[in-house]
Design a binder for this molecule. Structure first.
Ligand SMILES: Nc1nc2c(c(=O)[nH]1)N[C@H]1C(S)=C(S)[C@@H](COP(=O)(O)O)O[C@H]1N2
Ligand SMILES: [Mo]
Length: 469
């Protein structure tokens, strides 16, 4: 930090005016105290003013996004999002002058974040709202874990509501003994916990031909990281016993979309998880409560939520999601099928689209990198559109198939700059440019865009989404 002195000189507290005397402040405080200290059952404060109930969540925010029409939906409209569950409390001028808020008996006992934190998922839906995308606000992300309430969401037929006490998972097909497992049955098996990212293969699909969405939430927000807790799928497959020749299994959801995907048996036996826990509690309804399949490192659509059935077979099932959807059309008219892996990808989250750098000087560049193939080995950052690269610091623990936080100190000279990050994973795979991907695959397919993201910092400090090679 170079301008420490300048910083202190320019600090202005929004509530401190030079004319306000200490006396005035104290008067304000005692008025506040009189208002605060009231009998909770009384509709009046001690000073006689009527007690008003909090007005509910702060300003509702609306988001619109025409570009999602690229996904092929007939119409798109923004859904409103409000800061969920934040308890609004009166803010005293000096919190150390009064008792803090006593333990609440009427808040349901489930915590909420500070009323001052307002970042929310951006939600987009087709005309019917049941098919929707909710994007994680990566611009505000810290570290690697995504709070469950901000995990990205992709639903094809709305969020299923399932009673765990009656839910069953049916495992059948080429097995020695078909079986039904209740949630209680599943929870008796030895558990496994792993911190892993999930990413929709449609993440960034609007960005192939030209920069389209304005923020990192729009361009990269369909990925999140959670701790996932459950039973290894191999345990359950062992329990039913695979018949010789078993090569694939189909996973089916209990939602209105009855989403289905074929999974190769080697993958099913290696590291797939039947997850009932997320970040220390039961998985959220949005994430597939009471149980989802988690297929580490593979495209998000294979991690079937609200899982109700697994059928073992000697061939893939060729369902809608692997024939008409989730294939990658190539320039020669053929299509890639079963493009499971999520290749290495990184993005700078600070500074990123729509931010404003107030002044030149020190800024810490920060971002996320991840790879479906394993651990991130290296992240390089360029501030001059790819001419020069510097190694960023990777913050541990660097886990396989997990978001990895990187940072790099940057001294901005106040001139236009193009910020980029490029990652390398443990297999030596280096994140390509968007142009390299487009040259190779053409522009007919929308999935699996893992190219280098460029943010332009204009001389006036405004950050915007650009393509730069
Ligand atoms: N049953 C079911 N499973 C599903 C889906 C769905 O709509 N229904 N969406 C899939 C897609 S496309 C993705 S990217 C991930 C999203 O998981 P999340 O909503 O927990 O982030 O779930 C997958 N599993
Ligand atoms: Mo997805």
């Amino acid at each position: 930090m170079t301008s420490h002195k300048a910083d202190t000189e320019t600090i202005v507290h929004s509530d401190s005016s030079p004319t306000r005397s200490r006396l005035a402040l104290e008067k304000q405080e005692s008025a506040f105290l009189a208002r605060e200290r009231r009998d909770p059952s009384s509709p009046y404060y001690r000073d006689g003013t009527p007690a008003q109930e909090p007005e509910g969540p702060p300003a509702r925010r609306r988001f619109m996004l025409g570009a999602m029409a690229a996904i092929g939906s007939a119409g798109v409209h923004g859904l409103s999002s409000a800061t969920p569950g934040a308890i609004e409390r009166t803010v005293p001028p000096d919190a150390s002058k009064i008792q803090g808020v006593g333990v609440a008996t009427d808040d349901g006992g489930y915590g909420a974040r500070s009323q001052f934190e307002t970042e929310v998922r951006e939600r987009y839906a087709t005309k019917t709202t049941e098919s929707s995308w909710s994007f994680t606000p990566l611009q505000k992300s810290m570290g690697t874990l995504t709070p469950s309430g901000l995990h990205y969401e992709r639903h094809h037929g709305g969020i299923a509501t399932i009673d765990p006490s009656t839910h069953e998972l049916f495992v059948h097909g080429m097995v020695k003994q078909a079986k039904k497992f209740s949630m209680a049955d599943l929870k008796r098996y030895p558990m496994l916990s792993r911190i892993m990212f999930l990413e929709c293969s449609g993440n960034g699909l609007t960005e192939w031909a030209k920069p389209t969405l304005k923020t990192v939430q729009g361009t990269h927000g369909l990925t999140s990281t959670s701790e996932w807790i459950g039973v290894p799928l191999s345990t359950i497959l062992n329990e039913v016993g695979l018949k010789p020749g078993a090569k694939w299994l189909i996973a089916e959801g209990n939602d209105a979309a009855a989403m289905t995907r074929s999974i190769p048996i080697e993958k099913a036996l290696s590291d797939c998880l039947l997850a009932y826990g997320q970040n220390g509690e039961a998985i959220r309804p949005e994430q597939g409560y009471p149980i989802r399949l988690f297929v580490p490192g593979y495209e998000g659509n294979m991690s079937i939520k609200w899982l109700r059935r697994l059928e073992v077979s000697d061939k893939p099932f060729m369902t809608r999601e692997e024939t008409s959807k989730y294939t990658d059309l190539l320039p020669d008219g053929t299509a890639l099928q079963f493009s499971f892996l999520m290749e290495a990808k990184s993005v700078i989250t600070y500074p990123s689209g729509e931010m404003l750098l107030k002044k030149p000087g020190f800024h810490e560049i920060s971002g996320l990198a991840w790879s479906g193939r394993g651990t991130i080995k290296r992240v390089e950052v360029s501030a001059d559109g790819g001419k020069n690269w510097r190694d960023a610091v990777l913050h541990g623990p660097v886990l396989p198939i997990c978001h990895t936080r990187f940072t790099l100190p940057w001294e901005w000279d106040g001139k236009e700059a193009i910020l980029q990050s490029r990652c390398t994973d443990e297999t030596g795979y280096v994140q390509p440019t968007i142009k390299q991907l487009a040259d190779e695959r053409g522009l007919s397919s929308v999935y699996h865009l893992n190219g280098i993201q460029s943010w332009k910092v204009a001389a006036n400090g405004e950050v915007s989404n650009v393509h730069h090679y």
